[in-house]
Design a protein around this ligand. Sequence first.
Ligand code: GLY
Length: 565
Amino acid sequence: MAMELARARAARPWALFVTFLLSVFFVAGCGGRTRWPAHAVPGGVATPEYHATSEAVKVLRDGGNAIDAAVCAGFVLAVTHPIAGNLGGGGFMLVHTAQEDAVIDAREVAPRAARPNMYLDERGDPIPDASLIGPRATGVPGSVAGYLVAHERFGKLPRERLLEPAIRLAAKGFVVDSALAAQLRKYRDHLARFPETAQVYLPGGKPPMKGETLRQPGLARVLRAIALDGAKGFYYGWFAEELQRVASKYGARLTIGDLATYQPKMREPLRGQYGGATVLTMPPPSSGGVVLLQMLGMMEMAQWEAMRPTQRLHFLAEAGRRSFADRSLYFGDPDFVRVPVAELLDRAYVRERLATIDLGRATPSSAVSGGLSSGAESEETCHFSILDAHGNAVSCTTTLNGAFGCGLAVSGVLLNNEMDDFTTKPGMPNQFGLIQSAKNEIRPGKRPLSSMTPTILLENGKPRLLVGSPGGPTIISTVCQVIGRHIGLGQDLREAVSAPRIHHQWSPDVVLYERLTDSQKDALLALGHTLRKKDGPMGDVQAVARQGNATVAVSDPRGRGASAP
Ligand code: GLY
């Protein structure tokens, strides 16, 4: 096919010109709907923002591998997707190469001054917003260290090359698209809380509108320091001092010592099977991989793929109910508490859980053992998936937790509010009415429980599907449904990503849904489910698949992402 195209072009120079014009049109195209022609992309890239995808493609074209492209995209997202992309947050990167599979755990940790009761008042009640707003809500950021470790271990191109696009976009600015303009408008009050943040995102006192240029000179300076000095540029020196100074101005003890001692961790991915593929996914401190593998295990054992469509929805809700019940009871940072991963993934145990599912009736959550309820992670996370032409693959999910994190930017670096992912008070409902486990209570140096689920499926040892999403606990259901539809039902990747999704997390005992038909809703109600329509979309999947000999990348139509090809 490629040779035929090459011959045709040689024979007809005008065809080359038309192809060039079309390529320019497609590549320079229209935000979330941008498409790259297949011949222009040595691999597949899906990220939640156009510039990140575009720059990752250029890295691949310059001879970089998937890890180089991912590092470049991660830094660009900190500039162009500030609602969730970050230097001041954390995340998980799952890497597959011909030699090894690895997870880089760059999750934030609780600062050394953190205490289990730090968000409780003198009566022992949670202080509203204390774990959400301002730098007291901030865990020690991990993303920068994570990207740099990934680059040192797996990358090929020089660090400066990978940071150059982010520095350029921060210093010279980029044109705000309608989706970013809407996000800045929506979170205007949050961005106005701290003058350090308002001066970046509300220049002249108002959010930039579509078509205006957003410049971030402070962020460019931090990015330059990282390009020059690596991790030292962020975790030591002037930026660390500035972070400590500004945090302390707002009553937080986030110190130079906290930054200097931060370390990402290399972890072994979890491994499971579904539809003949090997599933590589995220181990604790995320609950995502275990819950995902339990759900896929139940689906395969029950032959979910052969069920009627409404029965499939019912089954997903019931499998989610059981796996999330376990999630609430058994999970925390594995460096601090024992998480019984092997027991939870044991086939006999998964079969036992499956045996309690009644295909003709919803089981009330009160009748499902599992103890405490799931946490309520925020949904403002982001995911990107990148495959290169040599079969190296990256599936990376990163987060500030809440939209624009805790609201404070230090030298343009938005800080996370990941401390809210810890249990504020064990055994007592939090501000969302949810109860959380003591395994996830705050300790200095501990990582908060997460639901992020970067996942790679391999067939015959080669990447078949790279997938992940934002969405708090709904991440896991989202990833599960895309895998179930694409691998289990054989749907085209675009169809699998676009399809409506549901979510059940045991507590509250409701099926959260996006778009169901009246007859689907009636059928679920008749089975005894309580339904709740989700406010806004569920997830923003970025996926890459090998379909036959082709690589297909898909950005969720729910978001502002761009995929190539
Ligand atoms: N903060 C979202 C998560 O880690 O799941």
